[in-house]
Design a binder for this molecule. Structure first.
Ligand code: KIV
Length: 285
């Protein structure tokens, strides 16, 4: 049965933890959905892990839309959230509404996510009033990486922590159904989580959020050149893939692949005619 925003909110009320993951393609989405993950995010992290950008800033709405279509085709049960990329919701509430509507209507997403606290609350309110569920995202907001001066933990001073508490409250008041807390000290996440009625979904935010989200390529060990402190490798897929590719290259070079097992054959009579009569390719029946 399809997970809805009320399923997610009931999970918080029951004290049931909420696992969430990113996915960017059909096959991965199908695996994540089959594993029973209730929240699947088509994150703009796709720019860094799938498209090779250094930040999420170059990601376009068309990129997220394209990947959202693939992910929604792969998810039978999960609630699919499409991330709104940099500058696709900042210019005006109307711009945000138009772009969010595209992700829902054409992409098939069930909700959108956008970064920012109090200053984004009116936009969140407008989208929610129009029937679009919104997930907030505060703390380290990667689209503001240049303003933040790098990918840094947020909320370490009293002023910053108070700002994050106010941001979380403003997003809840605006109607957000959940909030991502990214790279926030664990103690602060605990306080925010206790104060909110809506679920907090952490990444680098300690063990006391209502749920946890991870970037799937981090979790599966596909990215090995930089491993963020907040991630854990549940598989070593980069090593597996490297080893498989080495074996494939060696097998092809040594004529050990393909073998008869992977080949197709023609009827021996056809073959005999072909050899005996020197029949041209178009004449074989
Ligand atoms: O883009 C993304 O993957 C995200 C998660 C890290 C929350 O925003």
């Amino acid at each position: 049965m399809r997970v809805t925003i009320s399923t997610i909110q009931k999970m918080k009320a029951r004290g049931q933890r909420i696992p969430a993951l990113t996915a960017y393609d059909f096959l991965t989405a199908r695996l994540v959905d089959a594993a029973g993950v209730p929240l699947v995010l088509v994150g703009d992290s796709l720019g860094m892990v799938f498209l090779g950008y250094e930040t999420t800033i170059p990601v376009r709405l068309s990129d997220v839309l394209h990947h959202t279509k693939a992910v929604t085709r792969g998810c039978e049960n999960a609630l699919v959230i499409a991330d709104m990329p940099f500058m696709t919701y900042h210019i005006s509430e109307e711009q945000a509404l138009e772009n969010a509507a595209l992700l829902i209507q054409e992409g098939g997403a069930h909700a959108v996510k956008l970064e920012g606290g109090r200053h984004m609350a009116p936009t969140v309110k407008r989208l929610v009033q129009c029937g679009i569920p919104v997930m907030g995202h505060i703390g380290l907001t990667p689209q503001s990486v240049h303003q933040l001066g790098g990918f840094k933990v947020q909320g370490k001073s009293v002023e910053q922590a108070q700002r994050l508490l106010d941001d979380a409250q403003a997003l809840q008041d605006a109607g957000a159904f959940a909030i991502v807390l990214e790279c926030v000290p664990a103690e602060l996440s605990r306080i925010i989580t206790a104060r909110l009625q809506i679920p907090t979904i952490g990444i680098g935010a300690g063990p006391d959020c209502d749920g946890e989200i991870q970037v799937i390529s981090d979790l599966l060990g596909l990215v090995t050149d930089f491993v963020p402190k907040h991630t854990k490798h549940y598989a070593q897929l980069a090593d597996e893939i490297r080893s498989a590719l080495d074996r494939y290259v060696a097998d092809v070079a040594a004529r050990a692949f393909p073998t008869e097992q992977q080949s197709f054959s023609i009827d021996p009579d056809v073959l005999a005619r072909l050899v005996a009569e020197d029949v041209g390719p178009g004449e074989i029946r």
